[in-house]
Design a protein around this ligand. Structure first.
Ligand SMILES: [Fe+2]
Length: 396
């Protein structure tokens, strides 16, 4: 696909007061701060509403009543108006996230040479470890992206990436894969790092919980969009879902403004994050405002990727985001050092995907939207391959 889509991928003329998310109007009075790093300190809670999945889960196998339908509409509206949603899922405990983050801190703190044994560049790093300095923010190779940043208003401008991301990543595939597929390379055998006997069980436990939450949110969004409730989850079935935590060494990269993950959107359907021990994630709302993500304890954060934009013909736009070092990050590093804790910043992330052989195209009534022509049918696996080439993970 054309890299120029990135410049159309997040910013729309939608006015704040037209946005249906109740909490968004509250943002108006809170987010006029001139400096990006300062804003991270001043806004000490995530201004996005938190949606509790409990009522939906209690009725999951029944026709949704009006209260559940309203909840589903809130999920759909929030994704459409902001590109993201904060979720509370009673099936997921904070301790699960902590256990996982503990493991990843130990893994990433190993010597680089040890971690390199887990890299699979021949598989485009889609399993195992991706070393620091490999993944490139799309802005590095896309002049339109740099133009987009230039046009952003002061106080909401992205950090201009100047090189590859300094973060490491580990890819662990989640769930079953199809027996027959045109896209075998995306569905390779997992890498089991040496010296971590608990690796598989911890990865499977946390990954499957996050994927379950993501799947429920996808089902709720489909109901909220007025689609068949399984319209999105059906195309996710046997998808190349990935648990893909990142690790940034804050003992090496703790200068104010250091960019851990440059301004970009995610190529997949939906991305879900557990709470990180270090702040630094910023997202852009559909109206162009940049806000820090504060995930309440015990909650999860979901952001729309490019495949959801495709399925909804742009009703939901892929959410732009970046991870940088702020004063808040530095304060957390200082506190971690004082307490003798790790200073690796772990993001516990799951990428939910459309199954590779499925045709990516607007679903249901979205196929009749005037914007549908911008989303020509393409196999999801082909789409992913083109996107990976654009960010240097797959050589064309
Ligand atoms: Fe991302």
């Amino acid at each position: 696909m054309s890299p120029s889509l990135i410049s159309n991928g997040y910013c729309s003329p939608a006015r704040v007061e037209e946005l249906p998310c109740a909490a968004i109007s509250e943002l108006n009075s809170r987010l006029v701060v001139p400096d990006n790093a300062e804003r991270d300190i001043l806004s000490d809670s995530c201004p996005l509403p938190t949606i509790d999945l409990s009522p939906f889960l209690a009725q999951r196998f029944e026709a949704p009543n009006s209260a559940v339908q309203e909840l589903c509409r809130r999920v759909a509206d929030c994704l459409s108006s902001t590109g993201c949603v904060v979720i509370k899922d009673p099936r997921v405990a904070s301790e699960d996230n902590s256990h996982f983050v503990d493991l990843m801190e130990r893994y990433f703190s190993q010597a680089a040479g040890v971690k390199h044994q887990d890299a699979r560049p021949e598989l485009h790093y889609q399993v195992g470890v991706t070393p620091e300095g490999v993944e490139e923010p799309r802005c590095i190779v896309d002049p339109a992206c740099l133009e987009t940043i230039k046009d952003q208003p002061p106080g909401h401008r992205a950090t201009v990436p100047t090189g590859p991301d300094p973060k490491w990543r580990f890819m662990w595939r989640l769930g079953a894969r199809p027996d027959v597929t045109e896209f075998q390379e995306l569905n390779a055998a997992p890498v089991l790092p040496a010296g971590f006997p608990e690796w598989k069980s911890v990865m499977e436990c946390w990954g499957s919980k996050m994927l379950d939450t993501l799947t429920s949110a996808a089902e709720m969004a489909a109901i909220g969009f007025g689609l068949d409730r399984h319209a999105i989850t059906n195309v996710m079935h046997l998808g190349p879902h990935l648990l893909a935590p990142t690790g940034a060494d804050l003992s090496q990269h703790s200068m104010l403004g250091s960019c851990y993950a440059g301004f970009h959107y995610d190529l997949n359907l939906l991305t879900i994050h557990g709470k990180s021990r270090f702040p630094g994630l910023f997202v852009w709302l559909r109206d162009g405002r940049r806000i820090p993500v504060r995930i309440p304890d015990g909650c999860l954060f979901i952001q729309a990727g490019k495949q959801l934009e495709y399925l909804t013909a742009g009703h939901v736009l892929a959410g732009m985001h970046e991870v940088i070092c702020t004063e808040g990050t530095q304060a957390a590093v200082k506190a971690a050092r004082a307490a003798g804790r790790s200073t690796w910043r772990i993001s516990s992330t799951v990428f939910g995907h459309v199954q590779s052989d499925q045709i990516l195209q607007p679903l249901g009534h979205f196929a009749k939207a005037p914007t549908a022509a911008k989303y020509a049918p393409v196999a999801a696996g082909t789409f992913v391959q083109h996107e990976l080439e654009a960010i240097n993970l797959k050589k064309a």
